[in-house]
Design a protein around this ligand. Structure first.
Ligand SMILES: [Zn+2]
Length: 437
């Protein structure tokens, strides 16, 4: 049996192409690279630290991606390594030296895995595979991993990241739920008091009591001061039933504003069916963002339609109370002044009465802050540009798409502002185009 010794032949050119720090290329060509670790010293046993003997040389065939000049391509990596056997009779462990470039039992290198993950977070799986096709050398299509293998890889990759997280409980946690046609989920955030940032720390892939319960099992509930929720009754009731009574529950005023806007929008779409889309959109715009042309258009249409006029007045009044941080108590007058148009705002008024205390609390504790709107925008964009994905990919996009970030001991999540930029990158690179949606 061959004794491990210094590598005899080393191809510097192939080693450079391979560019894996732990390995040196010992032969092959640009497509079939044979490589070994230059560290051939016989190690001590990994179990008992006793002496060991060489137990033979083996080859692992792996798929990899390398960069040659400007171009990336698939290669077959023939990784040669030694196994060693412990000489002490009670131990007898057979092992090999650990390596960092490939996971145990994997058929592709970590570099190849990363390449896939980056593509899949920024594109659909089909598009990602189409891009990766360009790395195929001489028609070797088998080097491109299959769709099921990609799904499996993503799942493992996300699981790994999930288990590594060590949550630090901050004083305030937020739970915002989103109900879109393809995805229903809750985004959990916490404030990083040091950096004055709001970070997304978890994505719960359902809007359910059990999902919320599981989330709270990961943090120290006793250390909480307040939990901010949106108007969703499932979220509110679950949080209320789970948390000790000393934890304050607050309802985000911006989330109520979203309910108001959605109800008014539904009314406008029904009543103004015959009008062009941009006119209907002018009605639901943020009233402070209206320009003179918009205002003239709104006035003209309201003149012709008294019902529309009072509906719009109620909408813009409440919008202004909620968005301008005016005392929530003013909403009582708003509700009392509703006439016929009360039928448009059924959810809004019921949430207002139900959550009056919590909305007031939000105003006094959190004050000016529009994280709900920023997070809503992130969620809406992902729904629009990446409508179909598995829970894992969806969670990975929100939680783990920041590849530039260093490993942290404590899990702080991704900041809302950073994620806003990342999502725009995703849309630019792989978001569905208008005709594909
Ligand atoms: Zn041993």
């Amino acid at each position: 049996m061959a004794k491990p010794r210094k590598l005899k032949t080393v191809s510097h050119r192939l080693t450079e192409i391979l560019a894996i720090e732990e390995l040196e290329a010992t032969g092959g060509d640009e497509y079939n690279i044979e490589a070994m670790s230059p560290d051939t010293a016989v190690p001590v046993c990994i179990e008992c630290k006793g002496p060991t003997a060489n137990h033979g040389r083996f080859t692992r065939k792996l798929l990899d991606v390398v960069q040659i000049g400007e171009k990336k391509q698939f290669v077959r990596l023939h990784y040669r390594f030694y196994k060693y056997r412990c000489l002490s009779e009670n131990c007898n462990t057979v092992f090999q030296k650990p390596v960092a470039f490939v996971n145990e039992n994997a058929k592709i290198t970590k570099r190849y895995e990363d390449e896939i993950i980056r593509h899949v977070l920024y594109e659909s799986i089909d598009k990602a595979r189409k891009d990766l096709e360009e790395y195929i050398v001489r028609g070797n299509r088998r080097d491109l991993i299959s769709k099921p293998a990609i799904s499996k890889l993503i799942k493992r990759w996300v699981d790994e990241r999930d288990t590594k997280r060590k949550f630090v409980t901050q004083a305030v946690i937020r739970l915002y739920s989103f109900c879109f046609s393809h995805n229903n989920y809750i985004i959990a955030c916490s404030e990083d008091s040091g950096q004055k940032e709001t970070n997304i720390i978890e994505v719960i892939p359902s809007i359910s009591e059990s999902g919320i319960k599981e989330f709270f099992s990961k943090i120290e509930v006793d250390a909480l001061y307040a939990v901010v929720v949106d108007c969703n009754p499932v979220v509110y009731m679950s949080v209320k039933s789970m948390l000790p009574s000393k934890v304050r529950i607050l309802v985000d005023t911006d989330s109520l504003c979203r309910v108001l806007r959605d109800e008014f929008k539904e009314y406008i779409n029904e009543r103004m069916k015959r009008y062009q889309k941009h006119i209907r959109e002018t009605f639901v715009k943020d009233p402070v963002k209206l320009d003179n042309e918009d205002l003239a258009c709104l006035r003209r249409l309201q003149k012709k339609d008294a019902e529309l006029k009072s509906a719009y007045n109620s909408y813009s009044q409440l919008y202004s109370i909620l968005k301008n941080q005016r005392d929530i108590i003013e909403t009582r007058d708003w509700m009392n002044s509703l006439g016929e148009e009360a039928g448009i705002y059924i959810l809004t008024t019921s949430y207002l009465s139900e959550y009056m205390k919590e909305l007031t609390g939000f105003q006094s504790v959190i004050n000016e802050d529009h994280n709900y709107d920023f997070i809503y925008e992130i969620a809406r964009k992902i729904e629009q540009y990446f409508p179909i994905s598995t829970d894992e990919i969806f969670r990975a996009r929100i939680l783990y798409s920041d590849f530039d970030r260093k490993e942290e001991k404590q899990w702080k999540g991704t900041s809302v502002s950073r994620l806003t930029g990342l999502v725009d990158d995703m849309i630019r690179i792989g978001g569905l185009k208008k005709h594909e949606r």
